[in-house]
Design a protein around this ligand. Structure first.
Ligand code: ADP
Ligand code: MG
Length: 463
């Protein structure tokens, strides 16, 4: 029918606009490389903050003792207790608890959020086994993974630049987040010192390096997306401090805020951005990460419902609800292997209250998921190529035996199989067979928590 033709035209146009041919990906990688240089040259020199982490030494494996870590960066936060065994013994034990953050705290006050965290932490400390209590007079130490852009002032202090990923707590912006947490801990008499403030990319890099010395970068693909890598300190013009003994400095790129005219943006991306809590910000993140992929699919489907009566004469009301289609549900539909796409049918019915969908319609929905996930995964691969270019690991040097491992983590990477496979195959395609032999992507399962504990250990006041 004519309506169906119109729906197909909308789909086709969307697919074209989302296209990421290799040439385009190379342009994105080149632009990433250029912005990395600019961000390292001067503060505010680029959309890429290229934040100095104050981490100039990554774990060696010698770290030992009992350390706490706290991971805040999405909808959940976790508290961890990690027992490090020192040389050759690795991580002897770890325990963690996950607590979900009540949504009202994500947009409330700084005090309310940090008080809530401190209370959960105190409760967890209360479960510390008898034999592990610190001797009298010794403080417990914590690695704080705080995955929002922070301008660090030392390894254990830093001011919040802005919120992302659905958080928006105005009175915390510009504040030292370690100070805020410490204040809340003191209020309830929790005697604990923050020894390291990092974000999830730095934690993942540290955790990854602990297990594999070839790890040179870390990428997070979860609710949001970000990357960190090991830079040579003398390649950071804006760093006026001493050149560390190692010669290295870990850089938190905050690549979620990358943007470039080469990014394939559609009308849905533009309205998603305009309607977001942070318009104009985090454009790369809005194309790639778990918070947004399902929402992009919803917006495309809504357009097809409105302009081509895709779901019949009326637009299903639920389809108008922002963020109702979550990325895990999109992923489930995308991976549906049943011959009649039963999973797709069920999701449409249960989430959007659309019943009686035909197989033909369900196939289109899968097609939409594929377009959005493929674009995101291929752009993430281009971002990784940008990092490899920046540090000269995108080519093989004669006589040099090198291995570059990138530690990846985050719920999107972990659970969205088609996304992960597409990212991996695209990176191979981008670097070519010879270089592909020297590059590996490793899933750093939960490296970030352990990494923060390791960094707390290596920055302990008792060393
Ligand atoms: P965070 O990024 O909030 O620290 P995670 O790394 O656990 O937390 O990532 C959670 C995100 O991963 C979710 O917001 C969701 O977008 C994505 N995700 C979780 N499970 C799946 C899934 N099964 N398929 C696709 N994406 C998923
Ligand atoms: Mg996380």
């Amino acid at each position: 029918s004519r309506k169906w033709g119109r729906a197909m035209a909308i789909l086709k146009e969307f697919e074209d606009k989302c296209g990421t041919p290799i040439v385009k990906l190379r342009q994105v990688a080149d632009a990433m490389d250029v912005e990395m240089h600019a961000g390292l040259a001067s503060e505010g020199g680029s959309k890429l903050n290229m934040l100095i982490s104050f981490v100039d030494n990554l774990p060696t494996g010698d770290e030992e003792g009992l350390f706490y870590a706290l991971d805040l960066g999405g909808t959940n936060f976790r508290v961890l207790r990690v027992h490090l065994g020192g040389k050759d013994r690795g991580v002897i034990g770890q325990e963690f608890e996950e607590v979900s953050i009540p949504p009202h705290l994500m947009t409330g006050s700084s005090d309310a959020l940090f008080d809530f965290i401190a209370v959960a932490l105190a409760k967890f400390v209360g479960s510390e086994p008898e034999g592990f209590h610190p001797p009298a007079g010794r403080q417990r130490e914590l690695g704080f993974t705080f995955s929002f852009p922070v301008r660090q002032t030392s390894i254990a202090s830093g001011n919040l630049i802005k919120w992302t990923k659905g958080f928006n707590i105005e009175d915390a912006v510009g504040e030292d987040v370690v100070g805020e947490l410490t204040k809340s801990m003191e209020k309830i008499g929790l005697d604990m010192r923050v020894a390291a403030l990092v974000n999830d990319t730095i934690g993942t890099l540290a955790g990854g390096r602990f297990y594999n010395q070839d790890v040179i970068a870390a990428v997070i693909l979860g609710t949001g997306t970000n990357a960190a890598y090991v830079e040579r300190a003398h390649a950071i013009p804006k760093w006026h401090g001493l050149i560390p003994k190692s010669g290295d400095m870990v850089i938190n790129m905050e690549w979620g805020n990358f943007r470039s005219s080469h990014l394939p943006l559609t009308e849905y991306d533009l309205t998603l951005d305009a309607d977001s809590l942070n318009p104009g910000e985090q454009i790369f993140e809005k194309l790639i990460s778990g918070m947004y992929l399902g929402e992009i699919v919803r917006r495309a489907l809504l357009k097809m419902a409105e302009e081509a009566d895709f779901f019949g004469d009326t637009v299903p009301p639920k389809l108008r609800v922002p963020f109702i289609l979550r990325t895990p549900d999109m992923s489930a539909m995308h991976h549906d292997t049943t011959s009649d796409l039963k999973v797709v049918g069920n999701k449409l019915r249960d989430i959007l209250e659309i019943s009686n969908t035909s197989l033909k319609m369900r196939k289109i929905v899968v097609e939409l998921c594929d377009i959005v996930a493929t674009r995101g995964a291929r752009l993430a691969a281009a971002g990784i190529l940008g990092i490899l270019k920046k540090i000269g690991k995108d080519t093989v040097k004669v006589g040099e035996k090198q291995k570059s491992v990138i530690a990846l983590d985050g719920g999107l990477f972990e659970h969205y199989t088609k996304f992960r496979e597409c990212l991996e195959s695209t990176l191979k395609e981008l670097v070519g067979d010879e270089v592909a032999e020297t590059i590996a992507i490793e899933h750093a399962n939960d490296g970030s928590g352990i990494g923060a504990a390791l960094l707390a250990a290596s920055h302990s006041q008792y060393l």
